[in-house]
Design a protein around this ligand. Structure first.
Ligand code: AVJ
Length: 335
């Protein structure tokens, strides 16, 4: 069957096509992070080619409940969600951090079934991911109008602001909000809000507080995939910035603080050692058992989410839970 309705285009908003500025920014962020008293590396650098593959394996792990929980939420509530989205005519569905969009496809199929008037704007920092997604959507949902955007979240929202005045439904799934510090999540949501107007919506996936042991296991899987994922950051720095990290001399360590509701991940140096990064010409020393903080994964109460939304100009319209009540997709309207 030949479809004339298929329109798949891609906009690349990354700073440089050849990636040179991206490498400079990466080098800069790494040097800055390793120069601090508590060494730190930004979690957004997990997702190079190998890191993205490892994360896909994480999503299949028996211990990593998040993805299955959200899959269930979207599957069980897809009709209801689609009805909320498409009530008021044409809209752009903007998927921040779309990745392989495995979960979003549940909604896309339902919206098509309901003959909703919309187009799909997946946004991701990975050009490869957006290319693959455009192709898979072309095969699976040939009627869907897709405009993939390669870039950072705010670049994409800025671009949308200039180009699209129609109603917007923003998806921010997968508990990606959990990677932000509280102040950053506020800044992020306020910024998203500034691009929206009355009638627009935000659907945000959040991981909820639960048995700390369950959370701990999700980030310390028995197969060691999460450890590989965390350590891959050092492999990436070696490869892209010409560093000489001896990756075997670092351990993955993740612990959950139930008081704050924060999972924190670290790489711990097993011995006193030095690392040189060619790209910046700097060396960094590690004491034995010194740590690099690599990720925060926040777990929320619904009250926190409600307050967070309120402070950023959003009101909860509906909360969709999984059967265990461990994960929620929260539908916000702009207030
Ligand atoms: C993609 C940010 C939601 O924090 O649970 C998985 C990333 N890190 N295992 C998360 C991750 C370790 C994940 N997010």
């Amino acid at each position: 069957m030949i479809s004339t309705a298929t329109i798949a285009s891609m906009v690349n908003l990354s700073r440089k096509q050849d990636g040179s500025n991206d490498t400079a920014a990466f080098a800069n962020d790494v040097a800055e992070g390793l120069s601090q008293e508590q060494k730190t590396l930004p979690s957004r650098y997990f997702y190079d080619g190998r890191g993205s593959k490892l994360f896909q394996q994480i999503m299949d792990l028996p211990e990593y409940y998040l993805t299955r929980a959200e899959f269930e939420v979207l599957t069980d509530n897809r009709q209801d969600m689609a009805a909320y989205f498409s009530g008021e005519g044409f809209f752009h569905m903007i998927d921040l951090g779309a990745g392989d969009a495995l979960k979003t496809k549940i909604l896309l199929r339902e919206l098509e079934k309901q003959q909703s008037m919309f187009d799909y704007v997946p946004v991701d920092i990975s050009g490869d991911a957006m290319q693959q997604l455009s192709e898979s959507l072309h095969d699976e949902l040939p009627e869907l109008k897709v405009e993939a955007v390669v870039g950072e979240y705010f670049q994409a929202l800025e671009w949308l602001q200039d180009n699209k005045s129609e109603r917007k439904v923003v998806l921010f799934l997968g508990s990606n909000i959990g990677n932000f510090e509280l102040t950053d999540s506020k800044a992020f949501l306020k910024s998203v809000r500034s691009y929206l107007k009355s009638g627009d919506r935000l659907l945000m996936g959040v991981d909820l507080r639960k048995d700390p042991q369950v959370i701990l296991d999700a980030y310390n899987d028995a197969a060691g995939i999460t450890a590989e994922f965390n350590l891959n950051l050092l492999h990436r720095i070696n490869r892209e910035l010409g560093a000489d990290f001896d990756v075997n001399q670092f351990n993955h360590y993740a612990l959950y603080n139930p008081q704050e509701g924060v999972m924190r991940s670290f790489l711990v140096s097993k011995l006193e050692q030095q690392v040189t990064i060619k790209a910046t010409g700097q060396s960094f020393s590690f004491d034995a058992w010194e740590s690099i903080h690599t990720e925060n994964s926040h777990k929320y109460t619904l009250n926190q989410i409600e307050d967070l939304g309120k402070e950023c100009g959003f009101a909860i319209e509906k909360v969709f839970y999984d059967s265990q009540r461990g994960f929620a997709d929260v539908l916000f309207t702009v207030s």
